[in-house]
Design a binder for this molecule. Structure first.
Ligand code: NAD
Ligand code: WQD
Length: 340
């Protein structure tokens, strides 16, 4: 079985490749254009797994180059399409860049899936598709609200594109996985998230301020209607996200009656506040974080967490890592980066 991973040098793609190499005998090929990653990722993957994979520097917006890759590998059986831009604030500042990259690369992948009869596709979606909602936990049936950003809208459109496409191509199947807040790093501490600029997400901000790269962490508001006033999110270990992708492909392959298209939440089902994340980090690292309380951040919802029953049932998946595991591994990775 040959599987194509797009965005393979990125955060979730690389952890998924590791999981795949460690738990299956599938042949993995990866594509990335290093717009938000570097080629070194593949060395880290090799160090962890002892396996080298074939990888390509291709911009998936480039239709011809994408087609050429599928010509070279006309026996691909499954695609996991991670490649996309993912910064909410950047998408607000530069919407055209986000629509161009996230939509055009998906269109090219779908065209090749059809042309080369690739039976299975997994599409990276996001809990941001739900927009600002009040009903918790969020199930896959919870209606969307208006999205908070062009980024989130590219994911709504992406899901719809995949659904419309699969409807008229009955030989093909797809799953859109809606990730909540993926955090943490491989348990070895040798691979993790590599923000190329100042991070906007909480966990890399925590680890970078703990190691001294950033002077202070600001908590964006403590006057929300939550148990301690700070926002609630569903943080999920990146390796649990990775294992769900492998299981999703396995289910598609081995279950003939698996729905031709489905949408599945990937979260732990547990809501955790910003202060609880900080507490977990301080507990496992024995370090005190320098933080202050600031203003609310525009676009933040007070609370969101998943109902993950569908993932458990359809994929036979269960997240295994705790918030402490997430913090421990993220800190190990930050220390590893600092040694370089
Ligand atoms: P990432 O930026 O680390 O990885 C994405 C990779 O895709 C990067 O290596 C980037 O260089 C590559 N890429 C982007 N555009 C490309 C193009 N046109 N051609 C080839 N390569 C391209 O991001 P990630 O956190 O690993 O996210 C993976 C996917 O999961 C994305 O689709 C993202 O929207 C989605 N997602 C991420 C999160 C999160 O918090 N990390 C949450 C929900 C959904
Ligand atoms: C988490 C919490 C902040 C930084 C984003 C995307 C979402 C999905 C996951 C891609 C919030 C607070 C943060 C800081 C803080 N990604 N915070 N100080 O916004 O929940 O979700 O990533 O699909 O689409 O929107 O994640 O890590 O930015 O924030 O207090 O310096 O931490 O207010 O409550 P978010 P985040």
């Amino acid at each position: 079985m040959k599987i194509l991973i797009t965005g393979g040098a990125g955060y979730i793609g690389s952890h998924t490749i590791i999981e795949m190499l460690e738990t299956t005998n599938w042949e993995v090929i990866a594509v990335d254009n290093y717009s938000n990653s570097t080629e070194d990722t593949y060395e880290r993957i090799e160090k962890i797994t002892g396996k080298a994979i074939k990888y390509y520097n291709i911009d998936l917006k480039d239709k011809d180059a994408t087609h050429k890759l599928f010509l070279e590998h006309n026996d691909i059986q499954g695609i996991i399409h991670f490649a996309a831009f993912k910064s909410v604030s950047e998408s607000v500042a530069n919407p055209l860049m986000y629509y161009d990259n996230n939509i055009n690369s998906l269109l090219n992948i779908l065209a090749c899936q059809k042309a080369f009869k690739v039976p299975y596709l997994i599409f990276s979606s996001s809990c941001s598709v739900y927009g600002n909602i009040n009903e918790l936990p969020v199930t896959e049936e919870t209606p969307f609200n208006k999205t908070e950003s062009p980024y989130a809208y590219t994911k709504q459109i992406g899901e719809q594109l995949v659904a419309d496409f699969i409807k008229v191509n009955p030989a093909l199947k797809a799953i859109s996985l809606r990730y909540f807040n993926p955090v943490g790093a491989h348990k070895s501490g040798l691979n993790g998230e590599l923000p190329l600029s100042t991070p906007s997400n909480l966990v890399p901000y925590i680890t970078q301020s703990a190691i001294g790269k950033l002077s202070q962490l600001t908590i964006f508001g403590n006057d929300y209607n939550t148990k301690d006033g700070t926002c609630v999110r569903d943080y999920i270990h990146v390796s649990d996200i990775a294992s769900a992708h492998v299981l999703a492909l396995q289910q598609l392959i081995k279950t003939p009656h698996f729905p031709s298209q489905s949408i599945i939440n990937l979260g732990t089902g547990v809501g955790v506040t910003v202060l609880e994340v900080i507490e977990a980090f301080e507990k496992v690292t024995d370090k005190k974080l320098n933080y202050t309380i600031g203003e609310r951040r525009a676009g933040d919802v007070a609370a969101i967490y998943a109902n993950n029953d569908k993932a458990k049932k359809l994929l036979n998946w269960k997240p295994i890592y705790t918030i402490e595991d997430m913090m421990r591994s993220a800190w190990k990775w930050e220390q590893c980066l600092n040694k370089k």
